[in-house]
Design a protein around this ligand. Structure first.
Ligand code: FES
Length: 285
């Protein structure tokens, strides 16, 4: 399980500035609000001064996503748009007293929502830092080369595992890991350093009985209610060490976003609350 700071726990249990501002002056959305990690940020901005008078968020994500979004709104309230445009994911993580490495992507999501909101306010397209076409590197999480390179550069990342922690790329089927490694090597070659590819080692801290009970309990508490709210459900078919085989039921069956639901909701929650090496696979009849 993750080791959260007291501030993360506090902001998760009592999030500040949740909800939506009516007729906002700026809106920033990242991810998918229907399936997976997603964040919608709405801002009230005083036209004459450019000061952010109010900020609210809605998110569909884990404890760190809620805490990061909450921290973001606290940080930017009272800032001018100009000041807010310099807020980074590190500022969000620092405000929370740090985030587990595996959860840094939540602070990145906050930064991206803020950038989207500022672009929306200014009426300009989101800032482009790379010339040329962006390419999807990780199909499981729709992460582009631009996003990966930016995360490498701004957070001094040197391993595929670190890139996964900050962007989610590589956290699903793993097919994109060689391409991520290539981006790392190309980037650090240009910078005169060498990337080190550390393979993730599976961790088995629980006994089998404890693991099965923890998986069932996490599904009942963290996953099933979200699926049921949309008319779906989930059934655990089998558990084999770090592999969890599940069947999706109801409206989840045949939903085009099934893959995202499995990875971003089911697998991510099981990794967060049970074991970070868990891989979820769907069983179809
Ligand atoms: S393509 Fe990146 S994890 Fe599957």
């Amino acid at each position: 399980m993750w080791d959260y700071s007291d501030k993360v726990k506090e902001f998760f249990k009592n999030p500040h500035n949740t909800g939506v501002i009516e007729n906002p002056d700026a809106v920033g959305e990242v991810g998918s609000i229907i399936c997976g990690d997603a964040l919608r940020l709405t801002l009230r901005i005083e036209k004459s001064t450019g000061i952010i008078k109010d900020a609210k968020f809605q998110t569909f994500g884990c404890a760190s996503a809620i805490a990061s979004s909450s921290a973001l709104t606290e940080i930017i309230k009272g800032m001018t748009i100009e000041q807010a445009s310099r807020v980074t994911n590190k500022d969000i993580a620092d405000y929370l007293g740090g985030l587990p490495e595996e959860k840094m992507h939540c602070s990145v999501m906050g930064m991206e929502a803020l950038e989207a909101a500022i672009s929306n306010y200014r009426g300009t397209p989101a800032k482009k830092e790379m010339v040329g076409e962006e390419k999807i590197i990780c199909k499981c999480f729709s992460v582009t080369d631009k996003k990966i390179i930016r995360a490498i550069k701004e957070n001094n990342l040197h391993t595929v595992e670190e890139v996964t922690n900050y962007t989610k790329a590589g956290g699903g089927c793993g097919k994109c890991k060689p391409e991520i490694e290539k981006l790392l090597n190309e980037f650090w070659k240009k910078e005169g350093s060498k990337a080190v590819y550390k393979k993730e080692l599976p961790k088995f801290k629980l006994t089998n009985l404890q693991r099965i009970a923890a998986i069932q309990e996490t599904i009942d508490r963290e996953i099933r209610p979200s699926l049921k709210a949309d008319g779906g459900n989930i059934e655990v078919v089998d558990i084999d060490r770090n592999k969890v085989y599940v069947k999706l039921l109801g409206t989840c069956l045949g939903c085009p976003a099934t893959g995202v639901t499995l990875k971003v909701l089911v697998e991510s929650k099981l990794r967060e609350f049970v074991d970070e090496s868990i891989v979820v696979e769907e069983v179809k009849e």
